[in-house]
Design a protein around this ligand. Structure first.
Ligand code: AMP
Ligand code: GLY
Length: 415
């Protein structure tokens, strides 16, 4: 029996904790720092996950068998390198390969070198350069800050005015001195995540995320406002294409570049009229895609990791049911919002709830931008959707909002 420690504190980590807890070979799940809503399955440990020395001494003292890293920040700061230097068994990429998420420009340069399908782009180092490039490549155009921005550093500009505004705003931000301007891709988005070790790529089923804050894909980009899996509108040929032309070549490219990957490789994909193209790579499980995938994953998570690290080729087993979930976020998110508002009704909810950002003060309170993820599994997407929206009505908190169109299918675009 093994003890696992998950680093992170959101809905993704709550779902991962549940998933590990289900495994017959896991005896105990710790999450650092976790959140009060996870106590149903895990023991929260009050550790700063960016303080690697503190992490190492705690892990050693508790005889932890496996560490799983949830969020991007400790990965790009080198938590895996630090833990491995102390012979700790950790699943996640080292800092050098985590750069494909933290630097959009680095990821684009690898895609270009290895002919991995993606949008055409230019690197921009100043406001003047950006404004000049806009004359050559007018809107629609996509502007991406080069750095970790929690999914909020991307502006899809449909007019030149919007693009100029985004350039001004990004270059006035103290953390931004480099951006990528790229071709606007039209099509249907999906998320493909895979367990990767060097050139071994074991893909999960696909999931769909909703990036914009409001209904009908309006409003600013967020970390994700809802998700479901599987995704019937994405045909199998497109999934195969994404695996064969994007995920496997990227894993191989990283081996060739001397930055072999170990961990979860997340491909943000767009199914366009010219085939599947990469929107971005992340180096960790997506949130909230993980919540819906974990509720469908049948193969025990720790066993998946062991097999991947042994370079075995195998297929993951997923429940054939549809999982769908909706994020309840603090009003104002992804910009500023207030915290510590009481949440009522959680005790009578019949669906699964992942805590994304709750605190506790005589009852659950809001603590983050994204607060709760309410989800259900059913034979059809429609049934899962109806169940979730029915249950959400029981949650009372004036400071929360949610999208009402998660899982509402639009017309199928491609066969
Ligand atoms: P990213 O952080 O790169 O995934 O971008 C956030 C969101 O912006 C994506 O999920 C897409 O919805 C949108 N986006 C990013 N790049 C493009 C692109 N080249 N064309 C169209 N939409 C994009
Ligand atoms: N939901 C998208 C992400 O985790 O980046």
């Amino acid at each position: 029996m093994k003890q696992v420690l998950i680093l992170g504190q959101g809905g993704r980590e709550h779902a991962l904790a549940r998933c590990f807890k289900k495994s017959p070979t896991i005896s105990h799940v710790f999450v650092a720092p976790g959140n009060p809503g996870m106590k149903d399955v895990a023991q929260c440990v009050d550790l700063d996950i960016m303080d690697f020395n503190a992490l190492i001494s705690w892990i050693k003292s508790q005889c932890i068998d496996l560490v799983f890293v949830g969020p991007e920040a400790p990965l790009s700061a080198g938590v895996v390198d630090a833990l491995e230097a102390h012979d700790i068994h950790v699943f996640g990429p080292r800092a050098a390969s985590a750069r494909i998420e933290s630097s959009k420009s680095f990821a684009k340069s690898i895609m270009k070198k290895y002919h991995i399908p993606t949008a055409h782009y230019v690197d921009i180092k100043s406001l003047e350069e950006g404004l000049e490039a806009l004359l050559k490549y007018p809107a629609p155009i996509v502007i991406k800050a080069d750095g970790l921005m929690a999914g909020k550093g991307v502006v899809v500009a449909m007019s030149d005015e919007e693009a100029k505004d985004a350039l001004h705003k990004m270059f006035s931000h103290s953390d931004v001195n480099h951006i990528v301007m790229e071709e606007y891709l039209e099509g249907e988005e999906f998320s493909l995540m895979a367990f990767v070790f060097e050139d071994v790529v074991i893909p999960c089923d696909v999931a769909k995320d909703y990036k914009r804050a409001y209904d009908n894909d309006q409003g600013p980009n967020t970390g994700g406002m809802g998700a479901y899996s599987p995704v019937p509108s994405i045909p199998q040929w497109a999934i195969d294409e994404a695996i064969e032309k994007i995920m496997k070549p990227m894993a191989k490219a990283m081996v060739s570049e001397g930055i072999a990957f170990k961990g979860i490789l997340y491909g943000g994909m767009m199914l366009t009229k010219e085939g599947v193209k990469t929107i971005e790579f992340n180096v960790r499980f997506g949130d909230p895609e993980t919540e819906v995938l974990c509720s469908r994953l049948i193969t025990p998570l720790d066993q998946v990791i062991e097999k991947v690290l042994n370079k075995e080729h195998f297929e993951l087993e997923f429940d054939s049911q549809f999982a769908l979930g909706v994020v309840l976020a603090s009003k104002g998110y992804p910009e500023s919002y207030t915290k510590h508002h009481p949440i009522q009704g959680l005790d009578i909810i019949k669906c699964e709830v992942c805590h994304m950002g709750t605190g506790y003060n005589q009852g659950f309170i809001t603590q983050g931008g994204r607060v709760l993820f309410v989800m259900d599994k059913a034979e059809t997407l429609e049934e899962a959707r109806l169940n979730v929206y029915n249950e959400i009505k029981n949650i009372q908190c004036e400071q929360l909002f949610y999208r009402t169109d998660i899982g509402l299918l639009k017309e199928k675009m491609y066969d």
